[in-house]
Design a protein around this ligand. Structure first.
Ligand SMILES: Nc1nc2c(ncn2[C@@H]2O[C@H](COP(=O)(O)OP(=O)(O)OP(=O)(O)O)[C@@H](O)[C@H]2O)c(=O)[nH]1
Ligand code: SF4
Ligand SMILES: [Mg+2]
Length: 411
């Protein structure tokens, strides 16, 4: 290794796992476009982990690791399985290779449990799609439904290999930067005022998680978090003696808070900051522009991430439809989904409005965003939509100039 090369520890380690003959070695060779591992029709061809340092575009410096089949048996076989499992401890991103003809079996499910326990992001690659295209599509759907990240590939024909590389890059990149809620918008010694209404929708005796997380993030930036209800904001700002670097409010009282916060103080909402934190803000801002293009008879899907949500009360079912109707002045039809029943086909809708998704894992939320993106359907979230309807979206994203430009000039 040359002095300028990335040392092994600084490289993203990508491990290929699965049962014997699933095509781990073949897929690894196809992905890297090199003959790194030996391939054969005999089960148990790979007997020891194989490591290869290389540049893999669009990812950069990586170590690719091939492993023996996880379903090997007998004395020697069990030794190989143990070696394969040990590789998990250095894996940053895993590819679970399954044979499209058989789908997942017990050992594959066990690997998924291990990935989850060790918090290793993974992709399920349904290989040999050339032999069984319909089955491959079925297993991909099945894995998607389980909240997994799956793709049909063929090491033989090259189908899906480019897309798999892109997904690995996304997966591995997601591991790197520590995402911030508000800390990157403020400096040490700053004041940040948080406005949190305590009404009957608020849980008893505590703040909700997004509020707690925001406070933690502000403290980590060595700044001070001052928490008030909406009625105490004006007086607090007057008596603070120093201008806060930022005011963050609950979306439901945005209008009042906006009126009470002098124009030269940046103001945003928890939902805007969390949409950004979850990588959704840009799409949500572009999506909300579709509200102004809806015509009579247009359909709006309102999606709630869970079924029992005291936090969200009647926002989705009652308030949002009313606000949207009043704002657009159009005869619109509303459809609702909650919990896991997010529809696969979004084509009937002119706009999807999703809740903050606090009960959904990041992967599920990303899947939903991806569905809308792939089908060209605008998607936004409650917070962005409410801010837009109230005419305060521009103010609440003014600290993100690029987004402001997208809102003013949507493609
Ligand atoms: N038709 C087809 N055959 C494939 C594909 N991928 C692998 N194979 C074949 O499946 C067999 C097993 O491939 P390997 O790559 O050795 O599988 P492995 O998972 O590494 O197997 P072990 O090393 O034994 O654990 C070989 O005969 C490959 O040619 C594919 O996408 N399509
Ligand atoms: S998942 Fe959605 S509907 Fe459920 S509590 Fe969270 S934001 Fe509200
Ligand atoms: Mg092999």
């Amino acid at each position: 290794m040359g002095l300028n090369e990335t040392p092994s520890a600084g490289r993203t380690h990508i491990g290929f796992f699965g049962r014997r003959n699933a095509g781990k070695s073949s897929l690894l060779n196809a992905l890297t476009d090199q003959e790194i591992s030996i391939v054969s029709a005999a089960k148990g061809t790979t007997t020891d982990p194989v490591y290869k340092s290389m540049e893999l575009l669009p990812l950069g410096p990586v170590v690719i690791i091939d492993t023996p089949g996880i379903d090997d048996t007998g004395e020697l076989g069990e030794l190989r399985v143990r070696r394969a499992k040990r590789v998990l401890n250095k894996t940053d991103a895993a590819i679970l290779v399954i044979d499209a003809e058989t789908g997942k079996e017990g050992p594959d499910e066990e690997l998924i449990r291990l990935f989850r326990a060790k918090e290793i992001p993974f992709i399920v690659a349904c290989n040999k799609s050339d032999l069984a295209p319909a089955r491959a599509a079925f297993w991909v759907k099945d894995a998607d439904a389980a909240g997994e990240n799956a793709i049909a590939v063929s090491a033989k024909t090259g189908e899906g290999i480019g897309a798999l590389k892109e997904r690995i890059a996304l997966l591995a990149r997601g591991e790197e930067p520590k995402l911030r809620i508000a800390a990157d918008l403020i400096g040490g010694g700053d004041f940040v005022v948080l406005v949190t209404p305590i009404d009957k929708a608020a849980p008893k005796g505590r703040l909700i998680l997004p509020q707690q997380q925001t406070i933690r993030d502000i403290l980590e930036a060595d700044a001070a978090a001052i928490v008030v209800k909406e009625f105490e904001l004006r007086e607090t700002l007057e008596h603070l003696g120093k201008k806060p670097a930022l005011v963050i409010t609950d979306s439901q009282v945005f209008a009042k808070v906006s009126a009470d916060t002098p124009k030269d103080i940046p103001l945003t909402s928890f939902s805007i900051l969390f949409a950004r934190y979850k990588g959704f803000l840009s799409q949500a801002v572009r999506g909300v522009a579709a509200l102004d293009r809806l015509e009579d008879g247009g359909r709006v899907l309102i999606s709630e991430g869970c079924t029992h949500h005291r936090q969200c009360d009647d926002i989705g079912r009652v308030k949002l439809p009313r606000w949207i109707k009043n704002y657009t002045n159009k005869q619109l039809e509303f459809a609702f989904s909650s919990g896991g029943d997010f529809p696969e086909d979004l084509s009937p809708y002119g706009l999807v409005v999703h809740c903050g998704g606090c009960m959904l894992n990041g992967r599920e939320m990303k899947y939903r965003q991806g569905c809308a993106e792939d089908q060209g359907i605008p998607i936004t979230n409650y917070g962005v939509l409410i801010a837009h309807i109230q005419g305060i979206l521009k103010r609440s994203i003014s600290m993100f100039p690029q987004l402001l430009a997208e809102l003013e000039d949507p493609l």
